[in-house]
Write a protein that binds this ligand. Structure first.
Ligand SMILES: [Zn+2]
Length: 442
């Protein structure tokens, strides 16, 4: 079985990547993607201009902007706002990076995870074959991004190092995985493990609960929700409408199975309800990855916010239509984790259409930044790619998409999530400065 959209990362395994070197990761992704051979062929020329050997060039921070220059040249469209000097001169590259950072220095990553647990996952002992398929997929991803032990390296320690310390992320919002039928009766990532992230970095992280599966029994589900609220003081939910029970899935607009959960959320003051939508992977049925169940739920619970994680890609147009044709709607959001990562270096045209559709129809106040790290290792390359990314003029004119202005990017990268989760920006920036300070000392 193969996770097709990730196939091109298979090529990364031959080049051991440094998980701390975002430029190297970004460049490698471009070179193994759809345009990989064409981009790679251009690298010699760029290396020559920079006065470096090909090897030295690919290891340097110039290769990432060079790949973006290459994409613009190959496609004849300006997908990346990048000057050729950034690909040839280290000072110019440094200056451009500092400018971009100053332009959007407040970043809330709405979609992050740790991905292991004490005892990890052992087939036949505490995990089924089906459960191990998913672990293997995430192991492969982690290894491709320079984490030699795959999911074992997606731990609390590395959450701090790679997301909070090494990347420009100011605040990380994280959530667990459930599917306990496949993991020996225990959630794949249990709350009691992931809570360590918030305990260690309380000012820089926000914790969501997950693993609520009404097909396991509604009263049990409501009990768990109450326990999460009381014991863990959660700041929202991120759920899965496909599940590992025999029933395979459920819907947010199910008045018997789901509405009691939303009513309980209301009572508990839990406002932000996320759900994995789109990316219909592995053993799960694609039908549950569609977002149309948000339609009735959003209308019937106007005081709750419904957030489609992964922006429901490749069904993002269905999601966007739920507001595009109902502009009065105010409680529907999209988050771009994995969707942006999987398209930006390999299919920039698709990336532009996805972002353009979401931003045009849901609106610039309703799209949230997310990277799905640590599944994708260090998120910095994604942040840098988004800061550079543009919807080319041809698509702005032809589809009515908004231009990705600095103001719009600031909303997506942090301001929208800050509004949803009432994040104190000054306090979060202060905590971030402390964490980065520790990096300098270490
Ligand atoms: Zn995720």
């Amino acid at each position: 079985m193969e996770f097709n959209i990730l196939q091109h990362f298979k090529g990364l395994e031959s080049v051991p990547l440094d998980p701390y070197n975002a430029d190297q990761i970004g460049a490698s992704l471009f070179m193994t993607g759809n345009m990989g051979p064409k981009i790679t062929a251009k690298m010699d020329g760029y290396a020559q201009k920079a006065g470096l050997s090909r090897r030295g060039f690919l290891k340097s921070s110039l290769a990432f902007p060079a790949a973006m220059v290459a994409v613009n040249e190959i496609t004849g469209m300006e997908f990346f706002e990048v000057g050729s000097a950034e690909a040839a001169d280290l000072d110019a590259k440094k200056e451009a990076t500092q400018l971009a950072r100053a332009g959007s220095d407040f970043i809330v990553d709405v979609h992050t995870h740790v991905c292991t647990r004490p005892g990890h996952y052992v087939e036949g002992v505490n995990a089924s074959a089906r459960g191990m398929w998913f672990v293997q997929l995430l192991d492969d991803l982690g290894k491709a991004f320079g984490l030699p032990n795959g999911t074992r390296d997606m731990n609390v320690e590395n959450y701090g190092k790679l997301i909070l310390q090494e990347s420009d992320t100011t605040v990380g919002i994280f959530n667990p995985f459930g599917f306990r039928e496949d993991y020996g009766g225990q959630d794949m990532i249990p709350m009691e493990y992931q809570v360590q992230v918030r305990n260690r970095w309380p000012k820089s992280t926000i914790m969501l609960a997950g693993g609520l599966t009404p097909n396991q029994g509604l009263s049990e589900t409501l009990d768990r929700l109450n326990m999460y609220a009381e014991q863990y003081k959660i700041s929202g939910l991120k759920l899965y409408t496909f599940d590992a029970t025999k029933k395979k899935g459920w819907w947010f607009d199910d008045e018997k199975l789901a509405y009691p959960i939303w009513e309980e959320c209301r009572r508990l003051g839990i406002k932000n309800i996320g759900c994995h939508k789109g990316i219909p992977f592995g053993q799960f049925y694609a039908r549950y990855a569609h977002a149309e169940d948000f339609d009735a739920a959003a209308d019937d619970f106007l005081d709750l916010n419904f957030i489609a994680y992964h922006a429901a890609w490749p069904y993002h147009a269905e999601l966007a239509a739920l507001k595009g044709f109902k502009p009065q709607r105010k409680n529907l959001y999209a988050e771009v984790g994995s969707t942006f990562a999987a398209t930006v270096t390999s299919r920039p045209m698709e990336c532009a259409h996805v972002l353009g559709t979401l931003l045009r129809d849901l609106g610039p106040d309703s799209v949230l930044w997310g990277t799905d790290s640590l599944l994708w290792g260090n998120p910095q390359w994604q942040i840098d790619a988004f800061r550079k990314f543009q919807i080319p003029d041809q698509l702005v004119e032809g589809y009515g998409y908004p231009k990705l202005t600095p103001e719009l990017k600031r909303k997506v990268l942090g301001e929208n999530a800050a509004r949803l989760w009432n994040i104190d920006r000054a306090a979060a920036m202060h905590a971030k400065a402390e964490i980065v300070g520790q990096r300098a000392i270490a």
